[in-house]
Write a protein that binds this ligand. Structure first.
Ligand code: SAM
Length: 221
């Protein structure tokens, strides 16, 4: 695949569009400007890569809307070297944005097919997040604590385990709601017993599966 002047131009326009919608974090905007989102699409659909829309990928899942990726990334307030856990690798695009921002990224995907694709594809683009396959709805305690946790699928409630796996001062960004529409919940861990919580409307994600997710009719294991 090629990253042509046309792709670069469309990407710049996308960055301007999401900046206009309220994204201010320079690290986020630079990452979106740099990563060729069309590489994450099948060639026949690559003209859709720079629309500010979610798009279907394999296994009935989606690559999130660029504005949503930017919004969640901005809420994490990533500093270079931060250890970030992503739950829901999907296409791997969000993980690449976080790596580009200087984070040390751990990412877990429920669907085997998507995991296998990401683990082959991301290193070819020069991105090396730590990738795992399995149910991430209870986090990944073996690498905790994290500076930030981002969940990229809609959860019925906030899993307590994710708060436990945050460092003091760490941030959790998770969409919570029903199967169609969710609020983005931002939780900051103030100390071992205290959290601060904010909520932003309205987002629409595919459902979180696994133990702390929605009951599924099949799975990725
Ligand atoms: N971050 C992704 C990207 O940049 O393409 C977007 C992913 S999509 C909106 C949500 C992903 O979460 C899907 O790939 C889905 O299979 C995954 N997922 C759902 N439940 C999960 C769970 N319990 N553990 C890990 N991944 C999960």
């Amino acid at each position: 695949m090629e990253d042509t002047y046309k792709h670069k131009g469309l990407r710049k326009q996308l960055v301007l569009e999401i900046a206009k919608k309220g994204i201010k974090d320079k690290g986020v905007l630079n990452a979106i400007n740099k990563i060729p989102r069309h590489y994450f699409f099948d060639k026949i659909f690559d003209q859709h890569a720079y629309e500010d829309k979610a798009f279907p990928i394999d296994a009935g899942q989606t690559i999130s809307q660029p504005y949503t990726v930017a919004f969640q990334s901005q809420m994490l307030q990533v500093k270079p070297g931060d250890k970030i856990l992503e739950i829901g690798t999907g296409s791997g695009y969000q993980a690449c944005v976080l790596v580009e921002m200087g984070a040390k990224v751990y990412t877990i995907e429920y669907q085997k097919k998507l995991y296998q694709k990401a683990i082959r594809f991301l290193p070819k683009l020069g991105y090396q997040p730590h990738m795992y396959q399995g149910d991430g709805s209870k986090g990944m305690p073996r690498f905790a604590p994290y500076d930030g946790i981002i969940v990229t699928a809609g959860a019925p409630t906030v899993p307590e385990e994710l708060i436990q796996q945050l460092k003091i001062g760490g941030r959790l960004v998770i969409p919570v709601g029903n199967n169609d529409i969710q609020s983005m919940v931002l939780i900051q861990k103030v100390d071992e017993n205290k959290i601060k919580k904010k909520q932003f409307d309205h987002f629409s994600f595919v459902p979180l599966q696994g133990e702390r997710g929605w009951p599924s009719n099949g799975g990725g294991k």
